[in-house]
Design a binder for this molecule. Sequence first.
Ligand code: NAP
Length: 326
Amino acid sequence: MSCSVALPETLHAPLLCVGACTVGGLVLWLLWRLLSGFRIWVLGNGRLLSPELGRWAVVTGATDGIGKSYAEELARRGFALMLISRSQDKLDDVAKSIEEQYNVETRTIAVDFGKSDIYPKIEAGLTGLEIGVLVNNVGVSYPYPEYYLHVPDLDNFITNMINVNITSVCQMTRLVLPRMVNRSKGVILNISSASGMYPVPLLTVYSSTKAFVDFFSRGLHEEYRRQGIIVQSVLPFFVVTKMTRIKKPTLDKPTPERYVQAELTTVGLQDQTNGYFPHAVMGWFTTKLVPSFLVMFFAARMNRLQRTGYLQRRKQRELKNGLKTD
Ligand SMILES: NC(=O)c1ccc[n+]([C@@H]2O[C@H](COP(=O)([O-])OP(=O)(O)OC[C@H]3O[C@@H](n4cnc5c(N)ncnc54)[C@H](OP(=O)(O)O)[C@@H]3O)[C@@H](O)[C@H]2O)c1
């Protein structure tokens, strides 16, 4: 037996209209998403980052991984490079290789971003430079995923991570942004992390510092975009670097060179970006499709497994070396 309720005929036309508008709206939205995706990931905005913004590019954490790749790619585009990192030897090597390869001027400043008294030295080193691009890249993570209270040397760990991951971004921006505002142009790229898109248990401090970088960048972009300044929040997933200890690149874990080339095409098109198409798909999936409690649950599980593996390997090493500890 079927039971149907007939709608009054007067409602047919308005309902049809609502249905057609909904379908039309969805089609337009999909088309818009496809077109903007094509604009970002296929056409890109590769020409925006040129020395017309200012002769110098400044990169923090420039001697390895993602920072080194930014330095090389910006040198390839003709920028003179100010490289800021910890070890003078490594800075000299990178500077020499960039000068030889790209025929641009380089300068270096060796500082430990874990300290908070380094900014007068950096300010002196930047005096007189016309800076078009600042890449706030320097960052540190955990030696291995760990519960907060079990992090070795927690007191110093907290100070170091906040100084490197947060203070450096705020202070470098304080030093560079005024000159960009004076010239009404400039680009600041702040390297956050996909770990800043949701809490990542057992990497909680790192994840929280990266959420700060993301919020700072987006807020600042809105404050200064009308004055010609672009501040972009960059949130990579895994990239093959010393930090991740991943050795073999795959589609979802690119080399830093590949990541940076892709990321630079998004500048001016996205204020907040995962920077690389497969990472953008992962970002969309984990923020729009999967509830955040599930993302946190699986992240915690993955990190607990990594922690167990790391501690077991460490114990085996210690036993092998005859340094048995309890
Ligand atoms: N790799 C990834 O999968 C990934 C994913 C998301 C976000 N990120 C972010 O991307 C950025 C770069 O990461 P990465 O993987 O390229 O790191 P990396 O390979 O470990 O390189 C880090 C760079 O920063 C420098 N550095 C580290 N601590 C420093 C300190 N206290 N003072 C001065 N310089 C210091 C290092 O110099 P030394 O060689 O002297 O140590 C090196 O040049 C970080 O902000 C990170 O959080 C990375």
